[in-house]
Design a protein around this ligand. Structure first.
Ligand code: ZN
Length: 241
């Protein structure tokens, strides 16, 4: 996946969250955004968005407001305690969005996200209660953030959304479901290998591919489970028989 990560106010580029996404095998664009002038920050994000065409946009706090104010008609958003009431004019989000927020957030009230979903006519379940604070940098919120990106990137229908409209939105949002990537570790040489995953080929796929680093044949198994999580594993092909 190519992820555009929009940092929060006075946060530094290269924080825990974008680093976590990068370490999970994804391409993460993490542009510096102007701290003082919000329209400038939106313009900076828009430039990278237009140029790089990410698969998903993750916005944290003020960066969530930046994400909501982008000119964007189909790319999914993962919003972490978005500060939409504090910055910008957008007050709703598309159905291909997921919001993460802690009820214990000491900076942006959880109620702001409840209101955002109501404005967007999205069911309350599209708001995920995670973490214990505003940073959402602990193990659980990090994992849920990654899960949300992978789910939305895969173009899967969120189980809790109206199936008809959500599916239509999901198709519009993804354009093609072939844009996903997954990473496996080659058993022979230990290198991390990124492979494109075309989910239109089915939720379970197995194929043999030679490791591009050491040329050993690996049996690759890809599975999209019921929660929308993409699982990938590799084993040496000769061990099969
Ligand atoms: Zn290898």
């Amino acid at each position: 996946m190519k992820i555009l990560f929009l940092h929060g106010w006075n946060s530094a580029v290269g924080g825990v969250k974008p680093t976590f996404l990068r370490n999970s095998g994804h391409t993460v664009l993490n542009p510096p955004l102007d701290h003082n002038d919000f329209p400038t920050a939106v313009a900076q994000a828009q430039q990278v968005f237009d140029l790089q065409q990410p698969d998903v946009v993750v916005g944290s706090s003020r960066g969530g407001a930046v994400a909501m104010n982008l000119a964007n008609d189909r790319i999914p958003l993962v919003l972490l305690c978005p500060a939409w009431k504090n910055w910008g004019t957008a007050n709703s989000i598309a159905p291909n969005s997921i919001v993460l927020h802690s009820p214990n957030d000491e900076i942006i009230p959880f109620a702001d996200s409840v209101e955002l979903l109501r404005n967007s006519r999205l069911p309350a379940e599209a708001l995920l209660e995670v973490g214990n604070d505003h940073r959402l940098a602990d193990e659980e919120p990090l994992a849920v953030m990654l899960w949300s990106c992978e789910l939305l990137c895969s173009g899967q229908t969120l189980p809790w959304l109206d199936p008809t409209s959500a599916r239509r939105e999901a198709v519009n949002a993804s354009g093609s479901v072939s844009d996903c990537e997954a990473t496996y570790v080659c058993d022979a040489c230990g290198e991390e290998i990124v492979v494109p995953v075309d989910l239109s080929e089915g939720n379970r796929q197995t194929y043999v591919e030679d490791c591009p680093v050491c040329c050993r044949a690996n049996l690759i198994s890809i599975q999209l489970d019921d929660d929308g999580l993409l699982q990938i594993s590799a084993e040496p092909e000769q061990d099969r028989d």
